[in-house]
Design a protein. Structure first.
Length: 148
C-alpha cells in the first residue's frame, strides 16, 4: 500500500468531517489533492455561514481554485466523506474535476441516485472508508434526534 493512497487522503477528509461535527455542522469533510499534495481542506459550513450552498465540496472547490489561480481542476482529486449532492456534482462538472473519491453513499440525495451528470472525463471511486464516514454521520443525526 502506498503511503499516499485513497485511504490516506480519505482519512484527511474525515478529520475535516470531525471538525464539522464539533461545530454542530453536518459532518462532511472534503479535501482536494493535486499530484499527491493537499491543496484544499474544507468541511460543511452551512450553519456557520447561514448559507445552503456552503457544502464541504463547494468550499473545497473555491479554496483549490484560489490556490491554483484558475477555475478548472482537471488534474485534481476530490476526496469527500459523503457522496456529493446534485449541486456539488454540478459544480464538479463545471470545475472539470479529474476524479471524485467518496466514502458514504447518499441513497436519497446523492448525485448517482438523482442521475446528475459529471464531466465526461471525471472518474469516480466510491466506498473508501465507507463505514467510518457513515458512522460519523449516523452519530451526528442520532444525537440531533435525542436533543429534540
Amino acid at each position: 500500500m502506498e503511503p499516499f493512497d485513497d485511504v490516506y487522503f480519505m482519512k484527511k477528509a474525515l478529520v475535516e468531517a470531525q471538525t464539522a461535527f464539533d461545530k454542530g455542522e453536518v459532518p462532511v469533510g472534503a479535501i482536494i489533492v493535486l499530484n499527491g499534495q493537499i491543496i484544499a481542506r474544507a468541511h460543511n459550513l452551512t450553519e456557520t455561514l447561514n448559507d445552503v450552498t456552503a457544502h464541504a465540496e463547494m468550499q473545497a472547490y473555491t479554496a483549490a481554485s484560489d490556490y491554483l489561480g484558475g477555475k478548472f481542476l482537471k488534474d485534481c482529486v476530490l476526496y469527500v466523506t459523503l457522496e456529493p449532492c446534485q449541486m456539488c456534482a454540478g459544480a464538479s462538472y463545471w470545475a472539470q474535476i479529474g476524479k471524485i473519491v467518496y466514502g458514504a453513499s447518499e441513497p436519497k440525495l446523492g448525485f448517482s441516485v438523482l442521475n446528475t451528470r459529471l464531466h465526461p472525463k471525471t472518474k469516480v471511486i466510491k466506498g473508501v472508508l465507507e463505514n467510518e464516514c457513515s458512522f460519523l454521520l449516523k452519530k451526528f443525526f442520532a444525537e440531533k434526534r435525542n436533543l429534540n
